[in-house]
Design a binder for this molecule. Structure first.
Ligand SMILES: [Ca+2]
Ligand SMILES: [Ca+2]
Length: 266
């Protein structure tokens, strides 16, 4: 083999290596693109659901319901009326003519638990969908270590962030509460009951920051609540996205999107 051939051989091997590395990079990129709705091994984003699959992924979410409904909708919906696609989780219910002694609950629960022990941020978008009458309507996220197909509020341990429609119905207020060993505790009520007017909400971006020392909630990047100790007796929980309504309300829908769990970096 002469020097020229050796040179050619080295070039060829180099070229093959470059192509292989390129293919590998493309594949890694594709795997990340497809990470929607699955718990990945990436150390930053543990869970990332943007509902872009267009259907509710049964490997990620399980449906929850409690009470009677005239109509109950739990699906993935294109919330953009134009040709653009804006896939979100849609929770809707019509409670006309249903039992007036119960509140009706529905939503989805994550199939897997999220472990908070080393510090996590859980963020999501909740679109209140410009309710013309949001009275006795709630949109909530529960973190609860107990699995149920019903209402997580009935379980003995949880923490929740919630919006509640305020009469006469255009406004809402936020509620932060927990339940530890069966004892419910209101942590934040957004000025209620002194201030009863509530406020206008739209597509809200909520971030819950939890670690072994603190518990914080940010609403549209503003700190809504901070406490030095979360005093939770659990370090991992299912994520529940929920809606509730009293009886005798026509179809009302809210949307959830971009449910992301990340490991805290600071
Ligand atoms: Ca989406
Ligand atoms: Ca559309």
């Amino acid at each position: 083999m002469n020097a020229e051939n050796v040179k050619k051989g080295v070039y060829l091997v180099g070229l093959i290596l470059i192509v292989l590395v390129g293919l590998l990079a493309v594949n890694i990129f594709n795997i990340e693109e497809k990470a929607s709705g699955v718990i990945s091994t990436k150390n930053v984003s543990m869970f990332n659901e943007n509902f872009s699959a267009g259907v509710l992924n049964a490997q990620t979410w399980q449906i929850t319901r409690e009470g009677d409904f005239k109509e109950s909708i739990i699906d993935v919906y294109d919330a953009d009326p134009s040709e653009n696609i804006d896939s979100r989780l849609r929770l809707g219910m019509n409670t006309i003519g249903t039992r007036d002694d119960t509140v009706k609950f529905e939503g989805v629960k994550s199939v897997e638990k999220v472990n908070f022990s080393d510090g996590k941020e859980i963020s999501f978008d909740l679109n209140w969908n410009n309710q013309s009458n949001g009275c006795y309507l709630t949109g909530s996220v529960y973190l609860c270590p107990i699995a149920t197909n019903g209402n997580p509020e009935d379980e003995t341990d949880w923490i929740k962030f919630e919006y509640v429609g305020v009469p006469p119905g255009q406004n809402a207020r936020s509620v932060i509460a927990n339940k530890i060993d069966g004892k419910p505790r209101l942590l934040y009520a957004d000025g209620w009951p002194e201030g009863r007017t509530g406020r206008k909400i739209a597509d809200q971006h909520i971030k819950i920051i939890l670690d072994d020392k603190s518990f914080k909630i940010l609403e549209n990047s503003n700190e809504l609540y901070a406490s030095p100790l979360s005093d939770l007796n659990f370090t991992s929980a299912y994520i529940y996205l929920q809606m509730s309504s009293h009886s005798n309300y026509p179809l009302r829908e809210i949307y959830f999107d971009n449910v992301v769990v990340t490991k805290r970096t600071q």
